[in-house]
Every structure is written in C-alpha cells, then in structure tokens.
Design a protein around this ligand. Structure first.
Ligand code: C2E
Ligand code: MG
Ligand code: MG
Length: 401
C-alpha cells in the first residue's frame, strides 16, 4: 500500500466540512499529500501551480459558480492527465451521464463516489489506482513545449517508435492481430503518446511522410514475426488528413511491397469522426485502398457524426467500437444498449466487429456474449515494444493451452 503514500490528491468541493472530512479519510488511508480547493477557480489554480502532476482529482459536481461539469471541461482542455473521481449525491443516471461526458472529453475517470463518503468507498477507489499506469508523459506540460520544428527534427532523426497492442479472437482467445501505435521517443520525456503530436503533424503537412514511415516500420515488424512462424496480422492508423491525394493507395501498396508481407495481412484504421470532409474523394481513395487488398477499419465507431452514411457507402471490412461504449458496459445499462446495437449493426453489414478498451473481465465476458469477433484492451494487454510483445505472446500462449 506504499503506492498510496506517493499519491498527490486534489479534492474539490464547495463544502468546507466535506473537504476536511475527505482529507482526513485520505490521510487515514495513507495518502500524504492532499490538496483542497473550495471552488473551480481555486481548483484550476491548484492544478496549474503543480510542477508535479496531481495523480487523482476528487471532484464535486454541484457547486455554486463553476459547477463540476464546467470544471471538468476546463481541465480536459488543459489536457489534465491524472485520474478523476466524480463525487456527488446527484441521481445515479445523471452521475453516469456526467461520467460519460468526462470520458468523451478524454479524462481518465476511474469511478464515482456517492455522498456520504465512507472509508470503505474511498478505499475501493484507491485500490483501483494501483492499476498499471501508462508510462507516458504529462501531456499538458508536453503540449506547450513542442513546436513543429521540434517534431520535424524528431521525424528526421527517426525518433518515432512503435508500440504493439494485441487483439484476440473472442471465441478462441487466440491473438489474431496487433495494432501498431506510434510513440515519440523523446530524449527528455520518454515515450510520448500520439495525442500530443499527431495534430501538429497533420496541420503542418507532415502526415503523409509520417504515415508512410509508420506503415513501413509496422510491415517490417510483421515480416519478422511471420518469418518467426507467428501467424499475425497488423493494423495501422491512418489519419483522415492523409486522404487528400489520389495516389495514396499506390504509396501504401509500395510501402508493403518492399517486404514479404501479403497485403491482406494489413488493415488500415480510419477514425470515423473525421470522415466526410470531401466525401466523394475519401470514398474514391478508400475504395482503391481496398482494391489493392488492404483491410479497412472504421476506428472509434460511435464517436463520429456520419456513422450510418459512412457504413452505407464506405467499403469497410471492420468496425471498431470505441472504448466509451465498452468501458463498464457490464455495469451500465445505457452503455450496454449502445454496445449491443453497434455490434449487431456491424454484424449485419458483415464486418469484423472489434471492441476496444476492454479493461476488466466482466466487460470482456459481456462483449463475447454479445457476439463481437475480436477484443482489444488493457485487460488483454497494454501496448508494448516489439520484444516485450514477443515475450508476452509466448507467456499468453502457454497459459491459453
Ligand atoms: P486508437 O487508434 O483508437 O488506439 C487505441 C488507443 O486506446 C491507444 O492509445 C491505446 O493505447 C488506448 N487503449 C487501448 N486499450 C485501452 C484500454 O483498455 N483502456 C484505455 N483507456 N485505453 C486503451 P494511444 O496509443 O495513445 O493512441 C491514441 C490515438 O492516436 C489512437 O487511437 C490513434 O487514433 C492515434 N494514433 C496512434 N498511432 C497513430 C499513427 O501511427 N498514425 C495516426 N494517424 N494516428 C495514430
Ligand atoms: Mg486505431
Ligand atoms: Mg480507437
């Protein structure tokens, strides 16, 4: 339980007694650094003044002035990367809606805490924090620091590394495929997640070189795995900003043809949210990508705007349901309904249905029962470096048999 002692927790509540009480409980539970704020402005100040990141924010929802929803919006904009617990006595369904909103905004919500708070409920929340934490850097700090020149240099110096996250078959539990996720290996900050640099790359006309580079590296890695007798496929993320040139299918084909990898083993994932700027052009490019033999996946399904139209026209082979519809679906009926109908929809279109962001056994069992084809998420494995993945796969296969 020593981990708790190193935690820095910020409690935000307009009720002075509640602040004192929760701080007291946290200290009793061994947390030695508890910060308190009586209103949203003080909370924002406390977060911005911290050189070291606040690990956990316990946030009241009903507050005069800036309420909890507004506060969460501000910290999401500032890319707060710590964990969040919602703390309130509003009705359960409203609290759930607020939780979903916070997740949609990219916040890492680990749970809700009903009032009156007890030692038991706080302990349960702190236990959850011992879950593995990703080794990425504080993104708010990072975001201010990087400019396009630094990123350009990083691309030239080949500082983009790939992490690999397995997908398993829901029925056989065999590892079928691996998603290749880019990380910037920064000399000072370690591995930096793509959310901190992809948009800068897109906005500065660097995305085509970047994607080709990622695709080449991913295919080279698959080539090695295939040579070692591993029966795997890969998925590579392609930005919608890539779909601005008609020769893209040829560029991608060339990147794969430099290796011995059959093109059918490579799926390109496109985020649905950004589809449709120039619908006919996107459709043209994506259709020709399919014609070359690539699989085509609609990523983060459910978070975009044109789901039905996209499904009707675009030649996708796979539907990847966003993690906001998987997270806690076993416990939350509204989430479950959306998840179930998305899976049905994907199956009705004859697509390979993947659910991503599975973090616990209950959700894993649920999505299997609901008929999805493949599962991805921290419950199976976190993204890993290639050699780490090879070791993990070996252990996984031993335990599966
Ligand atoms: P994505 O394609 O939807 O990838 C899944 C993201 O969810 C990854 O974040 C992964 O680490 C994370 N994830 C996987 N399982 C879980 C889970 O159980 N719980 C939670 N909370 N998260 C999980 P990552 O690697 O930070 O990537 C973020 C996004 O950046 C990706 O979302 C993708 O859209 C984009 N991206 C990553 N690599 C590339 C790339 O090479 N090119 C482009 N254009 N975009 C990329
Ligand atoms: Mg993806
Ligand atoms: Mg996704």
């Amino acid at each position: 339980m020593d981990k708790k002692k190193n935690l820095r927790v910020l409690v935000l509540d307009d009720d002075k007694f509640m602040l004192e009480f929760v701080s007291h409980l946290l200290r009793e539970l061994g947390v030695n650094e508890v910060l308190v704020a009586e209103n949203g402005a003080a909370g924002l100040f406390a977060l911005s003044a911290q050189i070291e990141v606040v690990d956990l924010l316990i946030c009241d929802i009903e507050m005069p002035g800036m309420d909890g929803i507004e506060f969460l919006r501000h910290i999401a904009d500032q890319k707060y990367s710590g964990k969040v617990v919602l703390f309130s006595d509003v009705e359960a369904d409203l609290l759930k809606a607020i939780e979903r909103l916070a997740i949609v905004r990219g916040l890492n919500v680990v749970g809700t805490l009903a009032k009156p708070v007890t030692m038991g409920s706080l302990t349960a929340i702190l236990e959850k924090l011992s879950l593995p934490i990703q080794k990425t850097t504080n993104s708010s700090q990072v975001r201010q620091i990087f400019d396009v020149e630094e990123i350009r240099q990083a691309l030239m110096a080949d500082q983009i590394t790939l992490f690999f996250q397995p997908k398993i078959s829901a029925s056989s539990r065999r590892v079928t495929s691996v998603e290749c996720l880019a990380r910037w290996h920064h000399a000072r900050y370690g591995y930096i997640s793509p959310d901190n640099f992809i948009s800068i790359i897109e906005q500065n006309g660097l995305i085509n070189d970047f994607t080709r580079n990622v695709l080449k590296k991913s295919v080279q890695q698959l080539d090695i795995w295939l040579q070692n007798g591993l029966d795997l496929e890969i998925s590579v993320n392609v930005s919608m900003a890539n779909l601005d040139r008609f020769d893209l299918p040829e560029i991608y084909q060339e990147a794969v043809q430099d290796s011995n990898v059959p093109i059918e083993r490579v799926t390109l994932e496109i985020t649905e949210g950004k589809l449709g700027k120039d619908f006919a052009q996107s459709l043209d490019i994506l259709t020709r990508i399919r014609l070359k033999g690539f699989g085509l996946s609609i990523d983060d399904f459910g978070t975009g705007y044109a789901s039905m139209e996209t499904l009707k026209y675009m030649p996708f082979t796979e539907l990847k349901i966003d993690r906001i519809f998987a997270h806690n679906a076993a416990q939350d009926s509204a989430t479950r309904v959306i998840l179930e109908s998305s899976i049905k929809l994907g199956k009705a279109f004859g697509l390979n249905v993947v659910v991503e962001g599975i973090e616990n056994q209950a959700d894993c069992e649920l999505v299997t029962e609901l008929g999805c084809d493949e599962i991805q998420g921290y419950f199976i494995a976190q993204p890993m470096l290639a050699d780490e993945f090879a070791r993990w796969l070996c252990d996984y296969e031993k335990n599966r048999k």
